[in-house]
Write a protein that binds this ligand. Structure first.
Ligand SMILES: C[S@@+](CC[C@H](N)C(=O)[O-])C[C@H]1O[C@@H](n2cnc3c(N)ncnc32)[C@H](O)[C@@H]1O
Length: 280
């Protein structure tokens, strides 16, 4: 089943569809709790944090309010101009020194200073070589510091590409490469001799009502975000196959329809001698 070639979503459509996804996602509370757990169990004292792909800063805004965490400083990379504006405003309100590099990060970027905690929260999909980017950032860690990536696990959205990507022709690369999951990241780290600690987080998406007749537009936006192309431009039969696949993976819990879409936490530690410690 082939269709006319389809471009991947542009920056505007990415932002629109991401907003719909976020309204349905139940992942952020579990993610920030996991960040707190990793920092509290592995680091001591006020930390210097580097947040790569900070978006609008919702993660640091949450972490900064947690009594168990203390920050000596915060630095971020964020290339999206509209996110940068919001982030700048937020950073002026943080009760510790904060600085922003309004540009993209990759393994060629020079990182200033040392950090105790480096975070990639759902930003590695945007990097050419996620494992290389993570290791490059980890090289800025002080002894005992940790680098953590929160990234989709190889489940729901990731599986869509294996099942359906050969049934349409994609004209342009995805801005956010949803083919990348913890599976590819961990393989890339292992190829470089680095063994990370991986935890799968039980992060569902609430799809209650999403398959009702009146929700066709929202369903289309949600699917477009997952596939990073206009779902409504796919042949009708293929749309049905994909929707049925997603709906079939949902479970009704406490009156809600939840799609199991686990994120992974991938953590590496970097002592000053450069030997990677898997777990302590
Ligand atoms: C899915 S959002 C995640 C934002 C935030 N970290 C969160 O967890 O909500 C991915 C972010 O990565 C940013 N990004 C894209 N390319 C990047 C790059 N090369 N370096 C750093 N960030 C990048 C995007 O602009 C976007 O804000």
């Amino acid at each position: 089943m082939h269709t006319k070639p389809l471009p991947s979503l542009d920056a505007r459509r990415y932002a629109e569809t991401f907003a719909i996804f976020l309204q349905r996602s139940l992942e952020y509370d579990l993610m920030t709790a996991e960040i707190e757990r990793v920092i509290s169990t592995r680091l001591r004292g006020p930390i210097r944090m580097l947040d790569i792909g900070a978006g609008t800063g919702c993660v640091i805004a949450d972490l900064a309010q947690r009594p168990a965490l203390a920050f000596a400083g915060y630095a971020a990379f964020e290339p999206n101009p509209s996110h940068v504006q919001v982030l700048q405003t937020l950073l002026t309100k943080l009760p510790f020194p904060a600085q922003l590099q309004a540009r993209g990060f990759d393994e060629g970027v020079q990182i200033e200073g040392q950090h105790d905690f480096v975070l990639f929260s759902h930003s590695l999909y945007w990097m050419r070589d996620p494992a290389a980017a993570m290791l490059h950032a980890a090289a800025s860690l002080a002894p005992g510091g940790v680098a953590m990536a929160l990234i989709q696990g190889p489940y729901g959205a990731h599986a869509l590409f294996h099942l359906f990507e050969d049934q349409y022709l994609r004209l342009s690369p995805m801005l956010q490469n949803n083919r990348i999951s913890s599976h590819e990241l961990v393989a890339g780290l292992r190829r470089r001799g680095v063994e990370p600690e991986v935890r799968i987080l039980k992060t569902p998406v609430d799809l209650t009502g999403m398959f009702d007749a009146g929700k066709v537009h929202e369903l289309g936006e949600f699917m477009s975000f997952l596939l990073q192309l206009e779902y409504g431009d796919l042949p009708h039969r293929l749309q049905l196959d994909i929707a049925q696949y997603v709906e079939g993976g949902c479970v009704e819990t406490d009156g809600r329809l939840l799609w199991y879409l686990p994120n992974a936490s991938v953590v590496i530690s970097w002592p000053v001698d450069g030997n990677v410690v898997a777990d302590r």
